[in-house]
Design a protein around this ligand. Structure first.
Ligand code: FMN
Length: 179
């Protein structure tokens, strides 16, 4: 896409994908985007695990009861994890990298959805974080922030409507209580 603002207005979470693969060169660009994301004190505390194996994707989609369905039929999942010892701002660092992944994907016409892992439970006993770590042999000291499911778009979503922006959330110069 030529215009960055247009890209932002068009990006929507895509949870349904076609069977078409993501070309290897696009996967490389998406990972490159993650690796240039800014981090606190340039700590770069993140790691990324890519998963394309259908069976493993199916298992990953069981990481929580609701909200992980997009992983089951995606072509690629990028698990965004962090070593929290490397940065006190690790949540923000991970979130920025995940956002870069989504924006780069959108620029390539690839659909994506954020699946939250940090702070979520798989069931009464196991956290989603522990489940994902066990499935992918991720060391216990790591924290999984989220999984980004990616694939060629299998659904159409309306772009944002500029008429419906939440401008009341913007306070100019100082906070002014809303009437
Ligand atoms: C921090 C965060 C956590 C999210 N967690 C999930 C999730 O677990 N499952 C899911 O399907 N979507 C998840 N989403 C996607 C949101 O539901 C989506 O961005 C929101 O509904 C707005 O829709 P849009 O992305 O199409 O603009 C998450 C998004 C963010 C930023």
């Amino acid at each position: 896409m030529e215009n960055f603002h247009e890209l932002l207005m068009q990006r929507r979470s895509i949870r349904k994908y076609t069977e078409d693969e993501i070309p290897a060169e696009d996967v490389k660009l998406i990972l490159e985007a993650a690796l240039v994301a800014p981090t606190s004190k340039n700590s770069r505390p993140w790691y990324f695990v890519t998963v394309e194996d259908k069976k493993v994707l199916e298992e990953l989609s069981k990481c929580k009861e609701f909200g992980a369905g997009s992983i089951a039929k995606c072509s690629l999942a990028i698990v965004v994890l962090v070593d929290p010892m490397k940065s006190e701002a690790w949540i923000e660092d991970a979130a920025v990298a995940a956002t870069f992944v989504q924006l780069q994907a959108e620029d390539l016409g690839i659909g994506s959805c954020w699946v939250q892992i940090r702070g979520r439970m798989r069931d009464d006993e196991e956290s989603s974080d522990d489940y994902v770590k066990a499935l992918l042999s991720i060391p216990p000291e790591m924290q999984v922030e989220c999984i980004i499911s990616l694939g060629q778009k299998g659904e159409e979503r309306k772009p944002f409507n500029p008429e419906k922006m939440l401008w009341e959330r913007v306070h100019i110069g100082e906070w002014r209580p809303q009437e």
